[in-house]
Design a protein around this ligand. Structure first.
Ligand SMILES: Nc1ncnc2c1ncn2[C@@H]1O[C@H](COP(=O)(O)OP(=O)(O)OP(=O)(O)O)[C@@H](O)[C@H]1O
Ligand SMILES: [Mg+2]
Length: 942
């Protein structure tokens, strides 16, 4: 009797979900589906069926199965997938080009994303990754970035994995995907009826109840079911008569199958001859499809001796040919064989494998896994190999690189002179992937055993950077202080430490940090210049620029940042990667040079993308958003802030989400209302509570404005009490927006805090009185003074302020606020007509900026005067008319068939901004694909 291949059994519901997703993809809608369940439950099988269906539907496919022993090679899984289809997403040339860019993982992923998006413009694409629990780190990062980035493209991701692999690089990616709407298909064991059906198909006979019960030992796991049936049939323990399958003789079921699959496998293997067993043992260690040549080398026998063994194992259904290679029929069989190897044998075989593969031309990277599984302490050769393998991973897959280096450190002899250097490299890589506690532990361990001053400095600097990167600014500043105490520290390292410390002090959550930050920065600049340490000078000048800006000295802020930019341009490289243009943009904005600031940011952002400096990506969006607020374009500002927050999440720099979420909250409060703002603030607060540092004003300001909006004036004042106290030495809020000056006065007055109102007005006057001050700063000072004075005089000052804002022609929201206050002054003075005119103009001004909530407040004031509002239709929230001009531009380009990146290049925006715009367009037009969008655009524009 022979077993017949069983058609897919008992997965109708899952198949229906998959079919639906494929049909949607054909209509241009992408998505992400996760197929999960334990080993042998049928994930691969389901994915195979889905891919066959995809091909029938004419969809393009790209597929790969990750292998346990490939997880060290960066991008292995995804590249395999993208080269697999016909035609493949990446042809040989594209793959080569991509491989050439591997030195910066974000640049590679950028090109990869563009290649996929471009491909999908012409043909919807299914990307299937099976056994994703073994996916290498860079492929996992790619999925993390590309799944959301391609969500508006016709790309469907199918990921199969075993969820018990909680520490796999893919695990957090899947969690995020699910949180963003990916569908989970959890495969359950087959029920009794399913087992019977399986059996019916396999034996072409109806199983009797005893047989079904016996097969129930498989727990409904199809793999075990198959193995069990195979064993029973091989051993002649199933009889088929008159179309019914029965068990033959006495069945000691307990003997057949222990709870693990091992027993089933071992029964199948014990029948094999010794050479066949040897072949399987070596094959299990190699861990992926292998050539006979490799196996013979490892088994230590001539190739010709193995031929018979190969036939035997193929006949037994354990191995099967895969192209020119051989593979296990199922990886579970391989794992079974592997687990049955005695420890020392396994060890020796891995060691042998590393030597043989290396001698056959495999790279250090490709053999590293064997070294990991076989090396012993003090083994110099292995330490060298791991160190060599880790080098190229620094930029490509730092988590994996760190893991190899950690092993190298552990394996190196205690007196090995390379230890500190290996450790400092490991610390850098651990920092990149946010593994702070491992960083600390390693640093402590190495420093305790002693290191020379340079190595010690590198280790300490690594820790300082790691903390800074994670947003733990106070701790970073403290660690820097400790590092600075180290005797024998070189000047260059000292300068670098000081520059990082200066930045950390700026964002350590304290209002009092400015002078210290400034002093550290000044020292970094002086020392860095003497030592020609350009990155330290650039970063130091950036910090000084921020400190000057926060003091309200915008001329100095521009000057410092400009010098930093010049030096970074001259020096390039790591100096350029400090991106001082970020702070130049902000300083220029504070001087009301909005267009110039936008140009600086745009050029800087392009440079950052060229260099692939991912940490900076969210910050460009932040500063763009701030400028858009200044220009009164709140929808665009919201889009930028949202894009920045999304990028920060994708790039795993969530510390930067804090200011972005706070800014989003501030904007949401003006546009959408209290609830939206509250949600965003809660998200920001959670991050702050987890230890992320910030400028205190970032969180306090939107929080206070929210309290004002809900009528909690005293609480709002309390939120900002310290900020008032820090005036006039620290003026972060007026630096961000001159209109914040009058707002501070207004709040203090309402809270009955006249001295603080006076302090705020004096601070605004101080800003206006500085050399190089702007028209808007003068208007703001007058506005603030007017509120303080009240009465007729105040009213006159307000008129002046309004005129000044008008003349400046910038900052329409500040103008509207002045008009609203002017309306109130007029109302108190009894000139109702004037008050009405002011309120109405304020409302229209707010409305034009998208500040719906502010506009409604002004209109309420109109109604309170007994007047009626001109019947203006509320701005539409959905439909074609609701699109902003930026959204319209994006929609048109996408309808022309451009990818997000191509559209971004045309519009001088970042692809993330385009992506966010496009999502808003989809939502407003209630479409979910580029195809539908194109149809609508054609309909509207002919
Ligand atoms: N629903 C099913 N109907 C019929 N056969 C099935 C079914 N599910 C799985 N099989 C068969 O059972 C075996 C194991 O399934 P599969 O390889 O898909 O498991 P898996 O979940 O991918 O396991 P792993 O986690 O080890 O990759 C395969 O031979 C497959 O063809
Ligand atoms: Mg599988």
């Amino acid at each position: 009797m022979r077993l017949v291949n069983v058609p897919l059994t008992g997965r109708q519901q899952q198949l229906a979900v998959l079919s639906e997703a494929l049909a949607a993809l054909r209509d241009g809608r992408g998505g992400c589906l996760i197929v999960e369940g334990p080993a042998g439950i049928g994930k691969s099988r389901l994915l195979t069926e889905a891919m066959a269906q995809a091909r029938l539907l004419g969809l393009a496919t790209a597929e790969a199965t990750s292998a346990e022993l490939d997880r060290i090679v960066p991008l292995h899984t995804l590249l395999t997938a993208l080269r697999s289809g016909s035609p493949p997403v990446l042809d040989a040339r594209a793959s080569r080009e991509l491989a050439g860019r591997l030195d910066n993982r974000y640049l590679v992923l950028d090109s990869l994303g563009e290649a996929v998006a471009e491909f999908a413009v012409h043909r919807p694409l299914v990307i299937a990754i099976d056994d994703a629990q073994w996916t290498d780190e860079l492929s996992a990062l790619a999925a993390r970035i590309l799944i959301p980035a391609l969500s508006t493209s016709p790309v469907l991701w199918l990921l199969g994995w075993r969820p018990e692999a909680v520490s796999a690089p893919i695990a957090p990616v899947i969690a995020t995907a699910v949180a963003h709407g990916a569908t989970r298909l959890e495969l359950q064991p087959l029920p009794e009826a399913g087992i019977a059906e399986f059996c019916r198909h396999a034996l072409h006979a109806e199983p009797d109840p005893d047989l079904v019960e016996l097969l129930g030992q498989s727990g409904g796991n199809p793999f075990l079911l198959e193995q069990l049936l195979h064993t029973l049939v091989e051993e002649g323990r199933i009889r088929v008569e008159d179309g019914t399958a029965r068990t033959a003789g006495d069945q000691d079921a307990g003997m057949l199958l222990s709870p693990s699959s091992l027993a089933a496998i071992s029964r199948q293997l014990t029948a094999l001859g010794p050479l066949a067993r040897r072949l399987l043992d070596t094959a299990a260690v190699l861990g992926r499809p292998f050539t006979l040549h490799e196996a013979a080398g490892l088994a230590g026998v001539p190739m010709s001796h193995l031929l018979e063994a190969v036939e035997e194992t193929v006949r037994a259904g354990v191995l099967h040919p895969a192209g020119s290679e051989l593979a296990f029929v199922h990886d579970l069989l391989r794992q079974g064989v592997y687990q049955m190897l005695a420890g020392p044998v396994r060890h020796a075989l891995h060691r042998e494998a590393s030597v043989i593969l290396r001698s056959q031309g495999s790279s250090a990277l490709e053999t590293a896994e064997h070294v990991l599984r076989s090396a012993r302490k003090g083994d110099r050769h292995s330490v060298d190999l791991l160190a060599e393998a880790a080098q190229p991973l620094a930029e490509r897959a730092p988590g994996t690189g760190a893991e190899l280096l950690l092993h190298a450190v552990r394996l190196s002899a205690d007196h090995d002179e390379r230890r500190p250097q290996l450790a400092s490299q490991a610390i850098r890589m651990l920092a990149e992937v946010g593994r702070l506690s491992d960083c600390h532990r390693l640093a402590e361990e190495i420093l305790a055993t002693g290191a020379d001053p340079d190595a010690e400095a590198a280790i300490r600097l690594g820790v300082v950077d790691a903390l800074k990167h994670a947003g733990r600014n106070a701790e970073s500043a403290e660690a820097a202080e400790k590092a600075l105490q180290q005797p024998g520290l070189s000047g260059a390292n000292r300068a670098l430490l000081l520059s990082v410390q200066a930045h950390a002090l700026l964002y350590d959550g304290e209002l009092s940090g400015l002078p210290r930050a400034d002093a550290a920065a000044a020292e970094a600049i002086a020392l860095g210049s003497a030592e020609s340490a350009a990155p330290a000078v650039v970063f130091g000048r950036s910090a000084r620029s921020v400190a000057a800006w926060a003091r309200g000295d915008f001329t100095a802020a521009v000057d410092e940042a400009r010098q930093a930019v010049r030096l970074a341009e001259e020096q390039g490289d790591s100096a350029a990667r400090r991106h001082p243009a970020l702070w130049l943009g902000r300083a220029l904005g504070a001087q009301d040079r909005l267009a110039e600031a936008a140009a600086v940011l745009e050029a800087g952002q392009r440079e950052a993308r060229r260099l692939g400096t991912a940490w900076s990506y969210p910050l460009w969006h932040y500063h763009h958003a701030e400028l858009a607020v200044a220009a009164g374009q709140l929808q665009d500002a919201a889009t930028e802030a949202e894009a920045g927050s999304a990028v920060a999440e994708q790039m795993e720099v969530s510390a930067l989400r804090v200011p972005l979420l706070c800014l989003s909250a501030e904007i949401a409060l003006r546009c959408e209302g209290v609830q939206a703002a509250r949600d965003l603030l809660d998200a920001a607060r959670r991050l702050v509570e987890s230890g992320v540092g910030l400028m205190p004003e970032d969180l306090a300001w939107p929080q206070a404005m929210l309290q004002v909006a809900t009528g909690e004036t005293a609480a709002a004042y309390a939120t900002l009490a310290d900020v008032y106290r820090a005036l006039p030495d620290r003026q972060v809020l007026p630096a961000r927006d001159p209109a914040n000056g009058p707002a501070l006065v207004r709040l203090a007055l309402r809270a009955g805090r006249r001295p603080q109102a006076e302090a705020a007005a004096a601070a605004a006057a101080g800003l206006a009185g500085r050399e190089g001050s702007t028209e808007c700063a003068a208007a703001a000072a007058q506005h603030a003074e007017a509120l303080l004075r009240g009465g007729r005089h105040g009213g006159r000052l307000l008129r002046d302020a309004v005129e000044k804002y008008r003349v400046a022609g910038l900052r329409p929201l500040a103008l509207a606020a002045a008009l609203e206050d002017a309306g109130q002054a007029a109302q108190s003075g009894g000139s109702v007509a004037q008050a009405l005119a002011d309120y109405r103009e304020a409302a229209a001004g707010y409305e034009a900026c998208g500040a719906v909530q502010d506009s409604e407040r002004a209109l309420r004031a109109v109604r309170a005067l007994g007047a009626r509002n001109a019947a203006t239709a509320p701005a539409p929230k959905a439909g074609w008319a609701a699109l902003t001009s930026a959204e319209l531009r994006v929609a048109r380009l996408v309808a022309e068939g451009l990818t997000n990146r191509a559209a971004a290049e045309r519009l001088f925006l970042s692809p993330h901004t385009v992506d966010t715009h496009l999502r808003h367009v989809f939502a407003k037009l209630a479409v979910s694909s580029r195809v539908e969008l194109t149809r609508l655009v054609v309909l509207h524009e002919g």
